[in-house]
Design a protein around this ligand. Structure first.
Ligand code: TTP
Ligand code: MG
Length: 388
C-alpha cells in the first residue's frame, strides 16, 4: 500500500524561539551557542546565515563573520518545553509519530487521507496548527516514504511545504548529489565519485554487480533503491526521546579531579532543577567527558527508579567520573551531565525519604525561581558534600 509520510523540522529552532520572545531580536541576526572562547554555534537565525554563520561553527568564527549579531547562550529548558508543546500539537494529527530530535520528526498519515483533501492540505493544516499554538514556523515535507519526506522538508526552508508524489520522485532526485542520500557520508561519496557517480540520477543507471563489487551487496542494493526513491523503513513511534542536559567547556583545561567534581555538582544541580521545573524525572544519567585535545567519552547509568533530585544525579555523575581514568597528563576540556529516558513525575516511585527530599527540593526550587538559578549553587560549591 502506498504510504503518506510527513517530515517536519522547525526553522532555526532555538533562534526562532528567542525572536518570538523578544521583539527587539526580530529581523536581526541572532546567534545561539557557547559564548566562551571555545564555544560553538548551536544555531543561527536565517538573518545570521546570510553572513555564513551555521551550526557547529566555532563561535570565534561566527563573531568574525557577523560581529553585530545578537549572541545568546540559549535556554535549553525553554526549548525542551517548546519542543514538547510542538509534539503534543503533532499528536493530534497522527498516532504514529517518530521524534528524531528536539525539533524534528516523522508522522505516518497513511489511512488518514479521507480526513483531508490532499497531502498538501495535511501539511498546511499541521504548519498552521504549530504556528498558531507556538508562534513558530516549521518546514514540512510530504512524500511516500521517510527518505523523500525528509528531503522535501529541507527543499524550501524556512517556512517550506514540499510534496513529492511517487511519480515525481525520480525526477526530483536525479540532479541531486549522491551525498543527499542518507547514509552516504564523505567516505562513500568519495568512492562513488571515483566510480563516476556524482548525482543520484547517475546511480539509477548503475550496473548493480559493478556497484556491489565496490561497496558490497547490501549497500549497492540499498543505494540503487534509494536512488529510485524507494525506502520502506517504517515510522517507529518514540516516546519523547529528548534529554535535559548541561555541559561546560572550560577556557582552561581542568587538571584537578576535585575541581572537576565541583563542576559536576553544579551541572547536576542545574539539570535537577530543570527536570523538576518541567515536572520530569529521568531513568538515565549520562556523563560526558572531553580530554584535550578532542577525545570525547560518554558513560551512562540507568536506574530502576527515575531520579530528579540533584544529589541523585550528582552521585551517578560522580560515580561514572570516578570510574573513568584520565589519560596520563591530559587535562579535562569539557564536562557534561544529562538526564535522559524521561518520564513525568507521576511515574516516580516512592523511596523511603521521598517526602523529606520533596520538601527540601520544593524549598530550593522556590528560591531558585524567585532569585535565579545561581542563588544556591555557590553555597553548595563552597561546602563539598559528604561521601556516600
Ligand atoms: P536543526 O533543525 O538542525 O537546525 P535549526 O532548526 O536551527 O535550523 P533549520 O532546521 O531551519 O536549518 O537543529 C535544531 C536545533 O538543535 C537548533 O536550533 C539548535 C540545536 N542544534 C545544536 O545545538 N547543535 C547543532 O550542531 C545543531 C545542528 C543543532
Ligand atoms: Mg530545525
Amino acid at each position: 500500500m502506498e504510504r503518506i509520510i510527513l517530515h517536519i523540522d522547525m526553522d532555526a529552532f532555538f533562534a526562532s524561539v528567542e525572536q518570538r520572545d523578544h521583539e527587539e531580536y526580530r529581523g536581526k541576526p541572532v546567534i545561539i551557542g557557547g559564548l566562551g572562547p571555545r564555544g560553538v554555534v548551536s544555531t543561527a537565525s536565517y538573518e545570521a546565515r546570510k553572513f555564513g554563520v551555521h551550526s557547529a561553527m566555532p563561535m570565534v568564527t561566527a563573531r568574525r563573520r557577523c560581529p553585530d549579531a545578537i549572541f545568546l547562550p540559549g535556554d535549553h529548558a525553554k526549548y525542551s518545553a517548546v519542543s514538547r508543546q510542538i509534539f503534543s500539537v503533532l499528536a493530534r494529527f497522527s498516532p504514529v509519530i517518530e521524534q528524531l530530535s528536539i525539533d524534528e520528526g516523522f508522522l505516518d498519515l497513511t489511512g488518514m487521507e479521507r480526513l483531508m483533501d490532499s497531502p498538501r492540505a495535511y501539511g498546511e493544516a499541521i504548519k498552521r496548527a504549530v504556528r498558531e499554538e507556538t508562534g513558530l514556523t516549521a518546514s514540512v515535507g510530504v512524500a511516500p516514504n521517510k527518505f523523500l519526506a525528509k528531503l522535501a522538508s529541507d527543499m524550501e526552508k524556512p517556512d517550506g511545504l514540499v510534496v513529492i508524489r511517487p511519480e515525481d520522485a525520480e525526477r526530483v532526485l536525479a540532479p541531486l548529489p549522491v551525498s543527499r542520500i542518507f547514509g552516504v557520508g564523505k567516505k562513500t561519496e568519495a568512492r562513488l565519485s571515483a566510480l563516476g557517480f556524482k548525482t543520484i540520477g547517475q546511480l539509477t543507471a548503475a550496473d548493480r554487480s559493478r556497484l556491489a563489487r565496490a561497496l558490497g551487496d547490501r549497500m549497492a542494493a540499498q543505494l540503487i533503491a534509494l536512488a529510485h526513491g524507494l525506502d520502506d523503513r517504517p515510522v517507529e513511534p518514540t516516546r519523547a526521546a529528548q534529554s535535559i542536559g548541561r555541559e561546560e567547556t572550560f577556557a582552561e583545561d581542568i587538571h584537578s579531579r576535585e575541581e572537576a567534581e565541583r563542576v559536576l555538582l553544579s551541572l547536576s544541580e542545574e539539570v535537577g532543577w530543570r527536570l523538576r521545573r518541567e515536572g520530569l524525572s529521568a531513568r538515565t544519567v549520562t556523563l560526558k567527558l572531553r580530554f584535550a585535545p578532542f577525545d570525547t567519552y560518554t558513560r551512562q547509568q540507568t536506574f530502576p527508579d527515575p531520579v530528579s533530585y540533584d544529589e541523585d544525579i550528582f552521585a551517578a555523575a560522580r560515580a561514572l567520573f570516578r570510574a573513568f581514568p584520565s589519560p596520563p597528563g591530559a587535562g579535562i576540556r569539557l564536562l557534561g551531565v544529562s538526564a535522559g529516558n524521561l518520564c513525568t513525575e507521576g511515574e516516580l516511585s516512592l523511596f523511603d525519604d521521598h517526602e523529606k527530599k520533596e520538601k527540601l527540593y520544593g524549598a530550593i526550587d522556590r528560591l531558585k525561581s524567585r532569585f535565579g538559578e545561581n542563588i544556591l549553587t555557590r553555597a553548595a560549591l563552597t561546602k563539598p558534600k559528604d561521601e556516600p
